[in-house]
Design a protein around this ligand. Structure first.
Ligand code: ADE
Length: 239
C-alpha cells in the first residue's frame, strides 16, 4: 500500500480520455467459486469449455449477454495441487492480464468479500485510483473507501500499522493485483467488496469469515446485479 496521491488529477485523466464511450463489455474478476456461481446463474452465462486460456491452467470463464452487455466472469479456479480456490494476488494478476488480453473489456469489476474495520466511514483514495463512479455510488448508496490488499486473511502487526497509516477501511486478497494490471493495460476498474468479518473485532477472522460467507455472498450478488443494471446502456461519464 502506498500513500494517497492526487485524486483530482487522476479523475481528470479518466474523464478526458474515456468519458463519452459507452460501456458494453464487462469483465468480472472473482476469486471464489462460491462468490461467482450465483452471478453466473443470474446472468445466465455459460462456461467456456474450450478455454481461451493456456492448456492446463485451472482458470474458469463464464460468458454471455445480459441486457445490452457482454459479460465475462473469470475465476482462478481450483488450485491444481491443493484443490482450493486460487485466492490471492499472484493468480489474480495473471488471470486479469490474460483476461484483458483475451476479452478486451471496457471495464473490469473485481467483486468479492473483504474484511472490514469497526469504523467504516472514510472516503478514501488509494495508491491506484479506481474509476470514479459518483453516480453509481450515490444511486445504490454504496460506501466508498480505501482498499488494502495482502495474501493473508489474518492481519499481522506490520500490516496493521500500514493499513491504519494509510486509512484503509477494507482488506481483501486480490484488489491491488487487479488494480496493478488494470493500470498497466489502461482499463478502468472498480471494486465491489462485501464485508464478511470485522478484523479488529473479537471473533477469530477465519471463523467469522466462514460463518458469514454464504449470507454476505448473497448480499454481494444483489449489489453486483444492481451495479450491472445501472451500468447497462450508460457511458463512462454517466456512472
Ligand atoms: N476476505 C474476507 N475477509 C478478509 C480478510 N479479513 N482479509 C483479507 N481478505 C478477506
Amino acid at each position: 500500500m502506498a500513500p494517497p496521491h492526487d485524486e483530482k488529477a487522476e479523475i481528470q485523466v479518466n474523464e478526458d480520455s474515456i468519458s463519452q464511450r459507452s460501456i458494453s463489455n464487462v469483465l468480472f474478476i472473482i476469486a471464489m467459486q462460491t462468490e461467482a456461481s450465483p452471478l453466473v446463474n443470474k446472468f445466465q452465462l455459460t462456461e467456456d469449455l474450450d478455454s481461451v486460456f493456456p492448456k492446463g491452467v485451472p482458470w474458469v470463464r463464464y460468458h454471455g449477454k445480459y441486457k445490452d452487455l457482454s459479460i465475462n466472469i473469470v475465476c482462478p479456479g481450483k488450485d491444481n495441487t491443493l484443490g482450493v480456490d486460487g485466492v490471492g494476488t499472484v493468480s489474480a494478476s495473471l488471470l486479469t492480464y490474460a483476461s484483458v488480453q483475451a476479452f478486451q473489456p471496457d471495464i473490469i469489476i473485481n467483486a468479492g468479500t473483504a474484511g472490514g474495520f469497526k469504523v467504516f466511514d472514510l472516503y478514501g483514495v488509494g495508491s491506484r485510483q479506481a474509476f470514479y463512479t459518483p453516480n453509481l455510488a450515490k444511486e445504490l448508496s454504496l460506501k466508498v473507501g480505501k482498499l488494502s490488499t495482502g495474501d493473508s486473511l489474518d492481519m499481522s502487526t506490520v500490516d496493521e500499522t500500514a493499513i491504519h497509516a494509510n486509512d484503509a477501511t477494507v482488506k481483501d486478497m486480490e484488489g491491488a493485483a487487479v488494480a496493478y494490471v488494470a493500470d498497466l493495460l489502461k482499463v478502468p476498474v472498480i471494486f465491489l467488496k462485501a464485508v464478511t468479518d470485522i478484523i479488529d473485532g473479537d471473533k477469530p477472522t477465519a471463523e467469522e469469515f466462514l460463518q458469514n460467507l454464504a449470507a454476505v455472498t448473497l448480499a454481494l450478488d444483489q449489489t453486483v446485479t444492481q451495479v450491472v443494471d445501472f451500468i447497462n446502456g450508460k457511458s463512462f461519464s454517466e456512472i
